[in-house]
Design a protein around this ligand. Structure first.
Ligand code: G3I
Length: 334
């Protein structure tokens, strides 16, 4: 698949982690089919600084070294996120040096990975209209400690430390005609506009693309318009965490696989037809690896394995894989 994607100027990547890479079947598919990787958790603050002041990059370094050794493009994920924070952080929020603790979370990973990682999700999931703020920023420790301009500050600092890197804002929930997704599009666009008006060095927008195989209507023209609105700010777009939840479908595997594939095809047909979209990353390779099979709040209620990814538990390609291939083959060149 990486050759077909590459011919059209598209990156084709996936999330990797320490455990997955130990599986020879995973490594074989990864090296055969993908040209890029994102680390599932090893670069995140909750993992890199489990003990205050004691940064652990060993696992991340092993994965980055593996990627560099195999000429895989690496995406850094992620620096500024409200989730997966170190446990000790809540105890220092009120301390006078809290701002420097948060600023170090931007500086330390960038300085550590330097020019081995030049494509970063600097900001992740910072917009949430549900929190009711006029600026639609998600209420988070970052906002509380660094104030409302923390996104701009993070981007300026990242550019200062990594002048040549691609800096992304990554977020979710924009594909479907369901209220909670429709109501996220304009706030996300206004947030991007605010960053650009502030002169913040934003190069790209990552659309996580955690799709839903049923229950939500998909309107190609609305989705396409959103992509074009993002592109109008001069941004590249990546689909950064593609998977397709089948939790609202009955257990029948054939039905689930066909519906997942059809939803994936419909979304990718539009996305890959937009020149600003420069690549697709799945969030894992085979179903058992999916967060939708490990996150207790998202597991299927019938306790069958969710099937949101392109390969099954035996690393056999599923209809979703063919759907991705067809969308890539149909994509115009970049
Ligand atoms: O397996 C390791 C274990 O060896 C280690 O000792 C332990 C230490 O904490 O961590 C274990 O790994 C867990 C990992 O999932 C296993 O895959 C991490 O604890 C756990 O935090 C991690 O959760 C990840 C989650 O983000 C939080 O970082 C999920 O894998 C990952 O799929 C999920 O991804 C997020 C994106 O970053 C942002 N968009 C939403 C997406 C899904 O929530």
């Amino acid at each position: 698949m990486k050759a077909r994607a590459g011919k059209r100027g598209l990156l084709f990547g996936t999330a990797i982690d320490t455990e997955g890479l130990r599986d020879p079947r995973f490594r074989a598919v990864l090296l055969r089919e993908f040209s890029a990787v994102t680390l599932g958790y090893e670069m995140k603050w909750g993992f890199t600084e489990r003990r205050r002041g004691a940064r652990e990059f060993k696992r991340a370094d092993a994965l980055v070294d593996f990627a560099v050794q195999h000429q895989l493009h690496v995406r850094g994920h992620t620096l500024v996120w409200h989730a997966n924070l170190p446990g000790w952080l809540k105890g220092i929020i009120e301390e006078p040096d809290a701002p420097s603790v948060f600023r170090n979370q931007i500086d330390e990973p960038i300085k550590h990975f330097q020019d081995r990682v030049t494509d970063w999700d600097i900001l992740n999931e910072v917009v949430d209209p549900v929190d009711g703020r006029p600026d639609n920023l998600r209420k988070s420790p970052w906002l509380r400690v660094l104030g409302t301009r923390f996104p701009e500050e993070a981007l300026f600092r990242a550019r200062e430390l990594m002048p040549g890197a691609a800096l992304y804002y990554n977020d979710y929930g924009v594909e479907f005609e369901v209220d909670w997704q429709r109501s996220r599009r304009a706030p996300i666009l206004r947030f991007i506009e605010r960053l650009k008006k502030a002169g913040a060095p934003l190069d790209g927008f990552g659309i996580q693309s955690h799709l839903f195989a049923s229950g939500y209507a998909f309107d190609p023209s609305s989705y396409r318009q959103f992509l074009r609105d993002v592109a109008s700010f001069g941004l590249r777009i990546l689909l950064t965490e593609l998977d397709c939840r089948d939790n609202m479908l009955p257990a029948d595997i054939g039905l689930r696989d066909r519906t997942v594939a059809d939803t994936t095809r419909r979304v990718l047909e539009v996305a890959l037809d937009e020149p600003a979209v420069k690549g697709v990353f799945t969030w894992g390779v085979a179903d058992p690896q999916s967060w939708l099979n490990s996150d207790p709040t998202r597991k299927r209620t019938d306790n069958t394995m969710a099937r949101p990814l392109p390969f099954d538990e035996h690393y056999q390609a599923k209809p979703m894989w063919q759907a991705i291939a067809a969308a890539i083959d149909a994509a115009p060149g970049r």
